[in-house]
Structures are given as structure tokens and as C-alpha cells.
Design a protein around this ligand. Structure first.
Ligand SMILES: [Zn+2]
Length: 378
């Protein structure tokens, strides 16, 4: 950062790392501003950055921890005159200026406004940034998926509690209806979030999840990281929107709306510049990971059938633009995966008999017949 608070990237820097315990020395050449120290957790090291002319900056000592947010800040002190460095000083050839992704930092108001600019949604930004930090959701692409889904689920952060259509709360989900940005339900989730942050959201305290922004956001981030499917992080970091959508929704309701929010967030957060994502993922960022690559097509037969239904003009499911080709892919994967299984949707007892559970209104057998029929017609 220069005196006018502009940020720059200095490329091809030499860094010396001395392990203070064993006094072993290592010189690294880095080009992305990051020093790999994962194998040194627990060690105390001394880091020295060299200018291109070979002169060292003052060394910094650092205890390597496994915590993600424990950054060490090394300052390169150079004079910048009209964008050029003085003689014999490092070449500064890349201005960052907005080209930084939203990993490990707050989302700015300007960025958030590119996703949605209602005053209601904007009033949640501070709490989003705080809870992301508190619960260690640091990656730009994961924040983008989280924000896209929660904006959709709550109509732009307007609906903080579930409407029950005349029923009383004691009749549903052990007395704990949907609240907060992810509309968490059931006592076990209210209890789990409370334990995680040492607070109590049981009984009369349950309304705090809807009334206090901090907990509306915090409960959602907690659920995202700890939900029954083992957390949504790996799917979000693969840009697997088909998987994050079906794990949250059970199907693909509102898929296009979620996709639109996601696209805006990917652009607003400069995610194409993200240094943590590999090239394969960066290449998916104009939309989302294809169905063939999605984890759904690897091992989820019900959700593959769902992908067929939501893309099929005759499937009668709403929220996804119809696409015959995608419908075929979904049906085909479903049939391949269930060739040797009689009850891919699970079973239940009905009148003393074991019968198939229904998925999206279809028993396993009805789903197979429907998929076969549609594959022939499409
Ligand atoms: Zn990033």
C-alpha cells in the first residue's frame, strides 16, 4: 500500500525462512505473496523478505499455527514516484485496485450493492462480515454461495421466520420453526448453534434467532458449516451449485434465482482472481459446475432424478428454465445408478407391507418408468 492507500502486488520476491529451533535455513522464491508453511505448524520461524536488489527487509518472527486467520504482515518499504519505483527498487507492475477477491477480508458496501441493493439486505452486511470472521468462513466462493442461497431463501433477508399458515409452533419440528437466514428448524439445531457460541436459544429465547441480526446470520453460518450432510463447504468451493441447491432445498426450487445471485456475487467479489481456486474451478465461474461433474451425478440418485424433473417441460417443477438436454442427463444418471437397487428412495411400512418412499411425488418404480418414458420421448 502506498501513501495514497493504493495496493500493489510485488511479483517474484525472495524470502528466507529460518527455523529458530533447528537454525535451518531455506530460501524460497514466491510470486503470489504467499509463503507455504503448512508443514511447519508449531515451529517458530523467522521470515526475511528480500528486495530484488538483494537487500533484506527487517525480519519478522512468527509462530506457525494451524488457524487460518493468523496472518503475518510483511511490509515492503519502497518509494513510488508516479507509479514507478525509484532506481534499484522493486518493479511494481500490477495494480490491485478491486482485483482482489473477497477471501480473508470484509465484503464492502459497494460490492454487496452489486448483488442486491435493498436497504433491508444492506442492513445485514456488518453482521455477515462479523459472523464469517467469527465462524471462519473465509473463502470468497463459499461466501458467494452462502449469500446467494440465503438471499433466495428469505426473499432478500426480509423473512426471518417461517409462516405456519395457521398452525401453532408447538405442532411443528419439536416446537422450533424456521428462523434466521437459513430458517433453521428443530430443537437440536437451536441447541447446537447455542452450544457452539455459548448462548441459549431454547424455550422463550428461540425468537432471538429471528429478532437479533447477529444470530439470524450466525445460526445460518453455523448450519451451513455443520448441517447433516457434513457441511456445504466442499460443494461451494467446487462451485457445485446443483449440489448446494439440492442439499439446502431438497430439490431445485428457485434455482434460477439462486444462480442469478451467485453470478452477481462471483463478479462483485472478483472471484476469478482468487488465488485459492484451481484453474478447473475458475473455468466454471461464468455459471456453475456442470451436472456431469457435480457430486449429485456421482452418487445421489434421487437428486439426479430431480435434475431431470426440474429441467423437463413435463416435470411440472418450477424455478428452473427448462432444458431438454439437462433433463435427459438427469434421467439417464438416475436410471444408471438405480439399475440394481429396488428402493433408491428408501422404504416405509404401509398396511404391513414394505413400500417405497416417495421423492418429488414419485415412488421409485414410478420414477423409473417416468424417466424411461421421457428418455424415449425427448
Ligand atoms: Zn478468494
Amino acid at each position: 500500500m502506498d501513501r495514497n492507500h493504493q495496493d500493489y502486488v510485488v511479483e517474484n520476491t525472495k524470502v528466507e525462512i529460518v527455523a529458530l529451533g533447528t537454525q535451518t535455513k531455506k530460501i524460497l522464491s514466491i510470486s503470489n505473496g504467499k509463503i507455504p508453511v503448512q508443514s511447519r505448524v508449531g515451529e517458530k520461524i523467522q521470515i526475511t523478505v528480500f528486495k530484488p536488489d538483494g537487500s533484506p527487509l527487517s525480519p519478522e518472527t512468527y509462530l506457525v499455527k494451524s488457524l487460518k486467520q493468523n496472518n503475518v504482515k510483511l511490509v515492503l518499504d519502497v518509494d513510488v514516484v508516479k507509479g514507478n519505483t525509484n532506481q534499484d527498487k522493486p518493479t511494481i507492475n500490477k495494480r490491485i485496485d478491486n482485483a482482489e477477491c473477497a477471501c480473508n477480508r470484509d465484503i464492502t458496501v459497494e460490492e454487496f450493492k452489486k448483488i442486491t441493493n435493498t436497504s433491508t439486505a444492506l442492513s445485514f452486511l456488518n453482521d455477515l462480515n462479523q459472523q464469517f470472521k467469527k465462524l471462519s468462513m473465509n473463502r470468497c466462493l463459499e461466501k458467494a454461495h452462502f449469500i446467494a442461497h440465503t438471499l433466495h431463501e428469505t426473499a432478500g433477508y426480509r423473512l426471518m421466520e417461517e409462516g405456519l399458515g395457521g398452525k401453532s409452533e408447538s405442532e411443528v419440528y419439536d416446537g422450533y420453526k424456521g428462523r434466521g437466514l437459513m430458517q433453521i428448524t428443530y430443537k437440536s439445531n437451536y441447541e447446537g448453534y447455542g452450544k457452539a457460541i455459548n448462548e441459549n436459544f431454547l424455550g422463550a429465547n428461540k425468537v432471538r434467532i429471528a429478532k437479533e441480526k447477529k444470530h439470524a446470520v450466525g445460526s445460518a453460518v453455523w448450519y451451513w458449516l455443520h448441517s447433516k450432510s457434513g457441511g456445504l463447504t466442499p460443494y461451494a468451493l467446487n462451485n457445485d451449485l446443483i449440489a448446494t441447491c439440492s442439499l439446502i432445498n431438497g430439490g431445485y426450487n428457485g434455482f434460477d434465482d439462486r444462480e442469478n445471485y451467485l453470478k452477481r456475487a462471483i463478479s462483485a467479489f472478483n472471484i476469478k482472481e482468487c488465488g485459492y481456486l484451481n484453474k478447473k474451478i475458475i473455468a466454471t465461474l461464468d455459471s456453475y459446475l456442470s451436472f456431469e461433474e457435480s457430486s449429485i451425478a456421482q452418487n445421489k440418485s434421487g437428486e439426479s432424478f430431480g435434475w431431470g424433473l426440474w429441467n423437463d417441460p413435463l416435470g411440472k417443477k418450477k424455478g428452473k428454465i427448462k432444458n431438454l438436454n439437462e433433463a435427459k442427463k438427469g434421467y439417464m444418471r438416475f436410471l444408471e445408478m438405480t439399475k440394481t437397487t429396488t428402493f433408491p428412495f428408501g422404504t416405509k411400512k404401509e398396511g404391513g407391507q414394505i413400500v417405497s418412499r416417495k421423492r418429488y411425488g414419485y415412488t421409485a418404480n414410478a420414477a423409473k418408468l417416468f424417466a424411461e418414458k421421457r428418455l424415449k420421448e425427448l
